[in-house]
Design a protein around this ligand. Structure first.
Ligand SMILES: [Zn+2]
Length: 365
């Protein structure tokens, strides 16, 4: 295949698909900056989470987002909040998501009971919010802590409640602890359950926390959790590599005041390749596996390709991010493997970290 760049040593695959991304609006990450960041990261398709301000839980807010993201080069899909008037289907709606929305057990039961549309995907940020704690037990910092088992209990609570009230398809978001892996392993035997992990939970543990950019929800686990997550990706218990790209232009240094989240869509592939060192595995879990969760096929086409250089190494510099989110715990970290070019719908859209203008004739491959 003819490429507008030297392709020796590069490897091409289906563009990446991210099941877990946040857009902010209101002066934060908007659709322009998020699209640019996604193109640099090698992504064609993103599933946006509903915890925007206001949340995506009414037809009016959903329509606002749909209108902002229509006709773009990146495909924006939506997992909408189940706690409002929306049902989990419609134009570019792929299901419900509880991500970033605080709820308790009674509200979960009431919501699952009353939703009419049950044969849709339920993306779950699994957390028992009844219990405070910004970090996990064991974290060497003097702040409120929650048990590492909190998430596992919430996973079980969601899936069992969902099954009882007629839901059948669950995707557990950003799994973090050995407890959750045990529960998911059990649940996979009795229900349609998939799960994902984030770049930061595979790379860091709570001993690594240096500043408020390391404050994420769910929090970083122990080194044992981290090892178990890597192992679970390798043996297939963890289906999908997502980014949980949660951009903030700047975070206060105060751990208690800082919002949760780390920006990572531009470097997600490199983090995963650095940790796992297996190109085929990373490709599968960033393309085929997330497409399968969405119930889509992912046939390889010469019109849609991402090229990566597995040998390249670089040091992350958040100042170079296209994202407005400068809150990355990977700033200054050396990574292996780089996304070099992206072609979408037959057009080269990104080359060497720069987004190309629409219809750039001289670079048509
Ligand atoms: Zn979440």
């Amino acid at each position: 295949m003819e490429t507008p760049f030297p392709s020796d040593g590069l490897v091409a695959t289906h563009p990446f698909v991210d099941l877990h991304v946040h857009v902010r609006l209101n002066g934060g990450e908007d659709y322009d900056s998020l699209e640019q960041a996604a193109l640099v990261g090698g992504f064609s398709t993103l599933v946006l989470q509903p915890n925007t301000k206001p949340p995506i839980e009414t037809h009016e807010v959903l329509e606002h987002h749909l209108s902002l993201s229509r006709g773009r080069r990146v495909e924006f899909l939506y997992a909408v909040s189940p706690f409002g008037e929306l049902e989990g289907e419609g134009e570019r709606v792929v299901g419900f998501s509880t991500d970033g929305i605080e709820y308790d057990y009674p509200r979960l039961v009431e919501t699952m009971k009353k939703k009419k549309k049950k044969d849709v995907l339920w993306f779950d940020h699994s957390q028992c919010y009844e219990l405070d704690g910004i970090f996990y037990e064991g974290t060497p910092l003097p702040f409120p802590k929650r048990p590492r088992s909190n998430e596992a209990i919430a996973v079980l609570r969601t899936v069992f409640t969902g099954l009882e009230y007629g839901f059948s398809r669950f995707h557990v978001q950003h799994v973090t602890t050995t407890f959750s892996l045990d529960v998911i392993s059990f649940l996979k035997g009795i229900a349609r359950v998939s799960c994902e992990v984030t770049p930061h939970h595979l790379f860091f543990c709570y001993e690594d926390i240096k500043n408020s950019n390391f404050k994420v929800n769910p929090p970083l686990g122990s080194s044992e959790d981290k090892r178990a997550l890597v192992e679970a990706v390798r043996r297939g218990l963890i289906d999908v590599l997502a980014s949980d790209h949660a951009p903030h232009p700047e975070k206060p240094q105060d751990f208690e005041k800082a919002p949760y989240g780390s920006s990572s869509i531009e470097i997600a592939f490199s983090v995963y390749y650095t940790v796992l060192g297996d190109l085929e595995l990373v490709f599968e879990k960033m393309t085929k596996a997330p497409l399968e969760v969405l119930g889509r096929g992912g046939a390889l086409s010469p019109d849609n390709l991402v090229f990566v250089d597995p040998k390249a190494e670089y040091v992350v510099d958040v100042k170079k991010f296209k994202s407005k989110g400068r809150n990355s715990m990977f700033d200054g970290v050396k990574l292996k493997g780089r996304v070099v070019a992206l072609k979408l719908h037959g057009e080269w859209v990104m080359l060497d970290g720069e987004v190309l203008p629409h219809q750039e004739r001289r670079l048509q491959g």
